[in-house]
Write a new protein. Structure first.
Length: 376
């Protein structure tokens, strides 16, 4: 998931906000704007607004602490971290690869709920200290509210169902017990689908009975079901591609394009005469600058194509997944999942030597599936 607003690099991890995180802000602001006046009537309306804004900000920071804990422990266990994005349903730490052992998987998973629990406990202590010091009760209530949400977040994430942290913990346990990562992933993913459908059912009941928040439960359930299904599919694909290296599927020596040519000229003189739909861009010194696809070029309005360059329409180099020729293809798959263009550039040192597309992966998975079937 691509971040819309960059926030910086705490602990060396790129952090950003997706535009949908506004949904969390609106939900909390509206809820607290109703709750606080009922709990503390008679105050100036500005105090209620300040309390709601502070609670929302503290909760977003709590989500960031949860995801940073995952990221830091992942790096300590040999898993590179691409970044963190906060969005509508919380946050996600984007990891470049998988844990190598069940123990590493457990440590990476459990530290998130632990961080939320510690944050919640800390907020409760602050609320108690503020009350003991005689500070305004509205402020004490805001701290207690954020503390309660963090403890709820910790408990919710411990439910043993993917893609929740509890699903990762379940996967680590099954992996340790059965000695098979694929089996463990399937168990956790199917538990996630069951849990997701349960949330959808409960959301429908709440919505039909007028109890409120039913739509939120349905949305959360759909997200859980979708992500759990995607994890199972990715695990099966990764297992089918066991032993396959990036060099085995990449298109070597990909056709490139100059970054400063106009979209109109490229479409008329080059793109329609080539069989490829993606082109890495090079500057005048032959250095990669990004990548364009035919879909991106078609999205440029016709009246702007004579003036717009490929560089302006391209996916920036920093947002394109990269790989090494000798890297396992299964390790590259997670880095391709939330990329709209779905392609990776392959480098040998500083030299661009290939490109991997979704069709390359599909052909490899089909070929290895047929080979496995013929050998059984």
């Amino acid at each position: 998931m691509k971040a819309s607003v960059r926030l910086g690099r705490p602990a060396g991890v790129p952090v950003g906000l997706h535009w949908s995180v506004l949904g969390i802000g609106v939900l909390l602001l509206v809820g607290l704007s109703v709750r606080l006046p009922r709990a503390f009537p008679g105050l100036w309306w500005g105090f209620y607004l300040i309390g709601a804004v502070v609670a929302t900000a503290l909760f977003v920071l709590s989500l960031l602490a949860h995801e940073l804990a995952h990221a830091v422990v992942a790096r300590r266990n040999g898993v590179a971290v691409e970044g963190i994005t906060l969005w509508l349903l919380g946050g996600v730490a984007r990891l470049k690869g998988e844990a190598l052992t069940p123990g590493a998987e457990f440590r990476i998973a459990v530290v998130g709920p632990a961080a939320s629990a510690v944050t919640g406990a800390g907020m409760f202590l602050l609320a108690w200290a503020a009350g003991a010091a005689g500070l305004p009760m509205l402020g004490v209530d805001v701290l207690g509210y954020v503390a309660g949400i963090n403890l709820l977040l910790a408990g919710f994430n411990l439910i043993p169902a993917s893609p929740l942290d509890g699903g990762r913990i379940l996967r680590s346990a099954v992996w340790k017990w059965r000695g098979d990562r694929l089996t463990a992933t399937i168990w956790a993913a199917r538990a996630g689908r069951v849990f997701g459908f349960l949330l959808i059912g409960l959301g429908l009941v709440r919505a039909l009975s007028g109890m409120g928040l039913g739509l939120w439960w349905i949305l959360l359930g759909l997200f859980v079901v979708t992500m759990a299904g995607a994890e199972e599919a990715q695990a099966r694909t990764g297992a089918a591609l066991g032993g396959v290296r990036v060099r085995d599927v990449m298109t070597p020596n990909p056709e490139t394009a100059p970054a400063d040519v106009t979209v109109a000229r490229f479409l008329g003189d080059v793109a329609m005469l080539r069989r490829h739909s993606a082109f890495p861009l090079l500057d005048t010194e032959g250095r990669p600058q990004g990548m364009v696809t035919l879909n991106r070029l078609r999205s440029v309005p016709a009246e702007r194509r004579e003036l717009s360059t490929l560089r302006e329409a391209a996916c920036p180099k920093a947002e394109i997944p990269t790989a090494r020729p000798d890297e396992a293809l299964s390790a590259l798959l997670p880095r391709l999942n939330d990329r709209a263009d779905g392609r990776a550039l392959v480098y040998d040192g500083d030299d661009l030597v290939g490109i991997v597309s979704p069709s390359d992966i599909s052909r490899a998975a089909a070929a290895h599936g047929l080979a496995s079937g013929s050998g059984s």
